[in-house]
Design a protein around this ligand. Sequence first.
Ligand code: S3P
Length: 433
Amino acid sequence: MLAKNTSSLNGQALCPGDKSISQRSVIIGSLINKEITISGFLHGDDPISTLNALNAIGANISIEDGDVKLSNREIPFKNPLAPISLDNSGTGMRLMMGLISGLGLEAELIGDNSLMKRPMKRVSIPLNEMGADIKIIDGLPPVHIIAKTLNDNFVYEMPIASAQVKSAIILAGVASNKKVSVFEPAITRDHTEIMLEYFGLNIESKEINGGKQITFIPGNSFQQKNYDVVGDFSSASFLIVAGLIAKNSTITIKNVGLNPTRCGLISILKEMGANIEVSNKIFKCGEKAGDLTVKSSQLKGINIGGDIIPNIIDEIPILSIAAACAEGITKISDAKELRVKESDRLEAIGEGLNALNVKYSLYDDGISITGGIPETDDLIEIDSFGDHRIAMSFLISSLKIGGGVCVKDCKNIYTSYPNFIQTMNDLGMEISE
Ligand code: S3P
């Protein structure tokens, strides 16, 4: 994909639906087994592969005029006829592991080349302790789930702060109707808890020593017939940084999800000197949302690490572009998780910065970036390693490269942000396939 150098960005954009929330809406919606309409759903490859996986086990989900409709199932969930592919989606695979184990079904889960290399023990270990029988080899997919009945009153202390692990365990409890309690060592995104509560399930959360204990207690009353997905803060982050680094720019992004466990990037960028304003704050289905107005800003480097990392984990690729445009050094630590995302994101960010001639040092758990992208009229080629967030981040870097950038292997942008090119071009960029 080619991004020509353009100067200022101006206008308004509507934030696409949240990927994490869209995936949870179909999973939790099918467990509830009522007529439910989901609006604002992200029609990206990841939520769609999760939706297809649910239909493969007997859910009754269709798409009508952009909305997702869940209908009552007359028959119970069933074993799938063939292996289920979650394509590129780690969230899809890990949450389905919890759901399928909880339902006591038998299934094999597979994915694309990237997903087949991602660690699954973090989910199979606790689920097996809970009574499931999940077999994986060397910690990687394919994931074989054997039908078992799960134990009641399972309690698990997670060794890593992961919303996917937390959600898989809670969903196993909900699907099997067993009490379950999970402790996360640092706060991670809480969409699962918020959505279960919104639909009337019993979820208790309490913060302990910087972490959180979440307990699901069976005994429910389902109350809602509609769910409205807020915009994806992670997708908005590409527009935010684009608006900050482009000259003479003002952009407004409407309907951005502002869940406090997701939007830590705003405070980080503000500390770096960013001009970002939040307006029209609302609550939708228990989730905060609002509009963001971003103006061109001179950024400065800062140190970032510790418990904020799970909050900004998906935004670190685009934060690296902001850091490359800042004055001074930005150091990001405690982010080893980036090595096991859709690509080894630390390596991928490093390779991209190298192509841009930006100085950086890579560590096992982070990166230190010295701000300053040298001017050039050459077209710069960058590999996205098939990773949607790396691809979008480096397409945005073209705002600072006279000769523009050509990013390889961008198809996975469709996993999280199908309208990315159109939206950026409407704001003033020139991206073409
Ligand atoms: C997600 C949680 C995060 C995030 C991923 C989506 C989710 O992963 O990086 O893109 O939907 O729960 P971890 O929970 O593995 O940190």
